[in-house]
Design a protein around this ligand. Sequence first.
Ligand SMILES: *Cc1c(COP(=O)(O)O)cnc(C)c1O
Length: 454
Amino acid sequence: MKSLDNVTPTLPVSLPQAGGGVYRTGSSPARPDAAAVPTHWYNIAADLPEPIPPHLNPATGDPVTAAELENLFPAALAAQELSTDRFILIPEPIRDVYKTWRVTPLLRASRLERALNTRARIYLKYEGASPVGSHKPNSAVAQAYYNQKAGVDKLTTETGAGQWGSALAFAGAMFDLNVEVWQVRASYESKPYRRYLMELYGGRVHSSPSSQTATGRAILSDDPNTPGSLGMAVSEAVEVALAEPRVRYALGSVLNHVVLHQSVIGQEAIAQLREQGEATADVVIGCAGGGSNLAGLSFPFLREVLTADASTRVIAAEPSACPSLTRGEYRYDHGDFSGLTPLMKMHTLGNDFVPDSIHAGGLRYHGMAPALSHVVNLGLVEPVAIHQDAAFHAGVLLARTEGLVPAPESTHALAAAFAYLDRTSREETVVIGLSGHGQLDLPAYHSILSGCSR
Ligand SMILES: *Cc1c(COP(=O)(O)O)cnc(C)c1O
């Protein structure tokens, strides 16, 4: 028998460089139902009784124009940001990448139903099935595609725990774009696995604050031991993007075009429910950090509420440590710490708000998507704040009943759903958005299970 020591693994002669890979169809081993991947994104702006308040130019106070947005984004994304078209065609190269993991599963959680002793039928829409384990590639892939088409060489971005950074690094690999990520130092050092994932996809990752930028150097000379913050990381990524002509900045949530891209989630869920013989969902529940996964799941359902007399309730679960919808003000605010983005009308805790360091890093954002803030204001979505401990217990119950390990962010949706189900004995259809898996968040589960909450 051949000794294993003598088996040399053969690698391709040259691995693709950063961003060098081109995805080919048919290479996915467990190919989902590709024909059912939506052909269009759905834009709720077309169906709202009152328009979403426009973003404002902070210098003039006037609504931002497409031309102004084109300083930040390629023309196609700037147009999507302002669009009121109901459906926007998904370009085939984007749909082609979506097909590697979409349609994502809609799972009937019968063991969970029994454990909760509920008469409701619970369905989980599982975005953890994507290559990086969250919904974020739905927009990252689209943003990378449009930037590459516009002749951009490199995208810069910030990331906290690394969900968005790894989604953009993956998308960069699909469309031949370099991706440079500023990751908040505390996470860079304590949570290395998503950094390794970003590097695996060819991304370059800096600990933020870094010596690469004037912002970073200034912060470091003031306080060499700073743990960093998302605000600082945004400033670094934006500084680099503004300094070079073929470099652009990409945002992973909040903006209208990101919300638009995420609409594939809800469109699929509606079709999947119908396949199960369900007319629609009575309740849709998701977690909300910047609002993109919940908007993506719920807006196609709200379309039926707005245009076809459906009566789906939508619940937004936010962390009690960062309660922009339940405790924030609804007003114009900046999207970033340093005030470089347009002013957006949103539920906000103030752009200088620094939330406690909770495990659900993806929910630590001071504001909320203007589109989601607006529908909350119209009474179409009900917000609730969930404490981290309740969220984790809900996550543990899901693992022990259905086997899925939810992302710490997603556990907020579960806890909100369990609280809702506790108060109703109706036989109804409940769809819970599971925005990601938590396989890289096991230390957080471990610390909860071993009795220390942090
Ligand atoms: C980033 C993230 C969130 C929060 O972002 P939204 O824009 O509110 O969706 C939620 N869940 C997961 C798994 C994330 O990575």
